[in-house]
Design a protein around this ligand. Structure first.
Ligand code: NAP
Ligand code: GDD
Length: 325
């Protein structure tokens, strides 16, 4: 059988690393776009670095995307690169728009010019639902983004559909709800909590500083979610899918569960709430309905909320112990 080729933007990120592993297990030839940094940031992919092909490029640079397409000639393109931290999108709204919105058009243009038969996955987000219009949220729920990031993702969503309708490209949107893992960036609330709990458990720190504890999210495991990305590109027709667990929890509950893993009961004394960490506009409540993905793709999440929190706390304890040796 001919070996399939995939190009992943954002391969150094959380999802990119899990997707690369998954595609390697399916015998793909995997190419990843990486941008220039003054120090290496291959931490998440160092265990597979010799099995993947890294191509220098940036979503801001059209020529580099065209070259990456010409070099890799992929059957499938997964556009995971973005400025993905919602809080930063208020302090860097223009850059967020350049990466997270216009970057999608640049990638689609490169495909249209170099390899129009390539299938394209766009990393769309439940942040697009923002101030939610209905509960749970599904593929037909109207959007009301609440941050420059959410607005940029709505642009990315529609330009992906536009290239499908204008040029007949095979383009899909995966509307993924929050998904986490031990490889999650330290600035996101789940990892901030699990890393903080691990530090408190190991007596390296006395507290965690958090913002809005009432916000609720539908949290799944990133390893489960990247499989859905691939499944979407194996369908006969391009379409858009919500990927979620269908269960949500507050930040408060996540923290409680994380402290529970290390047996700390009086956990509230270790959490400080800072108004500085509240957002100018909050997304209060997200919960997804992934019935379409379950029916059409046969996808369902395997890791439960409890298992996810435990996995992340234990991984952070191991990491801190390893770093102290
Ligand atoms: P992440 O860990 O922040 O990774 C983002 C990746 O994008 C990194 O590899 C980063 O490279 C790369 N990148 C950023 N700007 C770039 C640019 N200008 N050119 C090239 N590469 C650039 O994000 P993630 O959690 O894996 O999420 C993957 C995608 O899914 C993102 O588009 C995110 O918005 C979307 N999404 C995530 C979730 C979630 O819960 N995780 C949910 C819905 C949608 P560096 O390593 O060089 O910074
Ligand atoms: N980051 C952070 N830090 N969030 C906090 C904190 C804190 O100290 N305290 C409370 N929160 C609340 C935020 O206000 C938000 O309501 C919630 O925790 C989740 O924040 P994040 O973990 O930063 O994730 P997010 O939901 O804003 O965005 C993530 O999920 C989106 C999908 O819905 C990112 O991965 C996005 O890229 C993704 O699109």
């Amino acid at each position: 059988m001919v070996q399939k080729r995939a190009l992943i933007t954002g391969i150094t990120g959380q999802d990119g690393s899990y997707l690369a592993e998954f595609l390697l297990s399916k015998n793909y030839k995997v190419f990843g776009l990486t941008r220039r940094t003054s120090t290496p940031n291959y931490e998440r992919i160092k265990h597979i670095e010799d099995k993947i092909n890294l191509i220098p490029g940036d979503l801001l640079d059209q020529q580099s995307l065209t070259s990456a397409l010409s070099y890799s000639m992929p059957d499938e393109v997964y556009n995971l690169a973005a400025q993905s931290f919602v809080a930063t999108s208020w302090s860097q709204p223009v850059l967020t728009g350049e990466f997270t919105a216009l970057g999608v058009t640049r990638m689609l243009e490169a495909i249209r010019q170099i390899k129009p038969e390539a299938k394209f996955y766009q990393a769309s987000s439940s942040e697009m639902f923002g101030k939610v219009k209905e509960t749970p949220q599904h593929e037909k729920t109207p959007f009301h983004p609440r941050s420059p990031y959410g607005v940029a993702k709505v642009y990315g969503y529609w330009i992906t559909i536009n290239y499908r309708e204008s040029y007949g490209l095979f383009t899909v949107n995966g509307i993924l709800f929050n998904h986490e893992s031990p490889r999650r960036g330290l600035e996101f609330v789940t990892r901030k909590i699990t890393h903080g709990v691990a530090r408190i458990f190991l007596r390296l720190s006395n507290y965690i500083e958090l913002g809005n504890l009432d916000a609720k999210r539908d949290w799944g495991f990133a390893g489960d979610y990247v499989q859905a990305m691939w499944m979407m590109l194996q369908q006969k027709k391009p379409d858009d899918y919500v990927i979620a667990t269908g269960e949500n929890h507050s930040v408060f509950e996540f923290a409680q569960e994380a402290f529970e893993v290390v047996g700390i009961k009086n956990w509230k004394k270790y959490v400080k709430v800072s108004k500085e960490l509240f957002r100018p506009a909050e997304v209060d409540f997200l919960i997804g309905d992934s019935a379409k993905a379950r029916k059409v793709l046969g996808w369902y999440p395997k890791v439960t909320f409890k298992e996810l929190v435990k996995m992340m706390v234990e991984a952070d304890i191991d990491l801190l112990k390893k770093n102290s040796r």
